[in-house]
Ligand binder design. Structure first.
Ligand code: ADP
Ligand code: MG
Length: 368
């Protein structure tokens, strides 16, 4: 089921003037969302804490009413429908399981309130519960209570409960945040597998770019309620529209320098490091991905070596430069390339496709 958002906006009114303080401003938590989520895909909704991710999800599931705009599931306008009539499955960060019910009863719970034509017999319910439990591989745990399960198992119960009504849309709000690092990796693969098996259109909310990049067909990067960029993870990484997106994606993060374009040459400090045809003279932020550096004795960008970190296949060179906006610069090169490393100064050439320029006023990308 495709999801269409039309000018979707949610404004939270300021809570009246507080004595002794200035009037607080309205918060526009979701600002004019206007895009389509294709049928059967997994979408990562990504942005820092407080940028409006949960608000967007709650609008889509119907727990919140929009200030403006519309939501369609397929051709159906669901904007006015209550959550229970939208056919959505929702999974929250804190699982929200009933502690006094068994796993089986927890999963079955959403089926018990079905009315009229949707009402299911006991046998039908048991069959559905077992199918959902099998899908998330907890069918051997049906008799247990939530406190007899690990965090990862509890999260699977929450996912099974969201799937048991055969939703048209699955919404996951930071579902892995309460898991430890190893389980997080494993469970995100599981979510990907379940989504591919069921082909349910899924929106996965996270502040973790690595998580979103690794399992999403498409990511939506947002900041302060506003969508910054939408695309395949790799395309957004390779072609960010502004400095915020460039900095938000990638581990290790992008290196940012203060630079200047003069006569179609990019300068970092006094060194001309790259030719930038078509760019007019101006100061710029220069973003260089860690893999964008080439070790080269006569390379134009010279940095002061801090240390080397050898990590199997790669060598990570940590260095500094006067014009760097980060405390240290991190460049990643092949292990063989790093064998005869200089001490003191390191000289780099740059891969043009890994270097991005941004306007110092608007922080928008300047292409060359
Ligand atoms: P995220 O999930 O990305 O961390 P949220 O959607 O929870 O962000 O919040 C977005 C913004 O809206 C924040 O500034 C938050 O303080 C504000 N907000 C969220 N819910 C409410 C509410 N019920 N009333 C007022 N402000 C809210
Ligand atoms: Mg949230």
């Amino acid at each position: 089921m495709k999801i269409v958002l039309q000018h979707l906006t949610k404004k939270f009114p300021a809570r009246g003037p507080v004595r002794g303080r200035k009037n607080r401003e309205d918060v526009i938590a979701v600002n004019d969302f206007d895009f389509e989520i294709p049928d059967g895909k997994l979408i990562g909704l990504l942005g820092p804490s407080g940028c409006g991710k949960s608000t967007a999800l709650n609008l889509i599931c119907g727990l919140l009413k929009p200030t403006e705009g519309k939501i369609f599931f397929g051709e159906d306008d669901v904007t006015g429908l209550p959550p229970e009539n939208r056919g959505v499955g929702m999974v929250f960060q804190n699982y929200a399981l009933y502690p006094h019910l068994t796993v089986e009863k927890n999963i079955q719970f959403p089926l018990e309130n079905l009315k009229g034509a949707d009402k299911l017999s006991k046998e039908e319910m048991s069959k559905r519960v077992l199918e959902a439990a099998k899908l998330v591989q907890i069918d051997h745990l049906l008799e247990r209570k939530p406190n007899e399960l690990s965090g990862g198992q509890q999260q699977r119960v929450a996912i099974a409960r969201a799937l048991v009504k055969l939703p048209r849309v699955l919404l996951l709000d930071e579902p892995l945040s309460n898991l430890d690092a190893r389980l997080r990796l494993q469970t995100r693969e599981e979510i990907r597998r379940i989504q591919q098996e069921t082909q349910i259109t899924t929106i996965f909310v996270t502040h973790d770019q690595d998580e979103a990049m690794s399992i999403s067909d498409m990511i939506v990067v947002m900041k302060d309620g506003i969508v910054q960029q939408i695309g395949k993870p790799q395309n957004v990484y390779d072609d960010p529209v502004n400095l915020f997106v460039a900095k938000f994606l990638g581990t290790p993060p992008i290196n940012v320098f203060s630079g200047e374009v003069k006569k179609e040459q990019l300068y970092i400090g006094s060194e001309a490091v790259l030719s930038t045809p078509g760019v007019s003279d101006q100061p710029v932020h220069v973003g260089i991905r860690p893999e964008g550096f080439i070790l080269k004795e006569d390379g134009p960008l010279s940095c002061d070596l801090v240390r080397l970190e050898v990590m199997g296949r790669d060598v990570s060179i940590v260095s500094t430069h006067e014009q760097s906006q980060n405390v240290t610069i991190r460049s990643i090169i092949d292990a063989d390339e790093g064998k005869s490393l200089p001490t003191g100064k390191v000289h780099f050439g740059l891969k043009p496709a890994k270097v991005f320029l941004f306007c110092t006023d608007t922080e928008e990308r300047i292409r060359f």
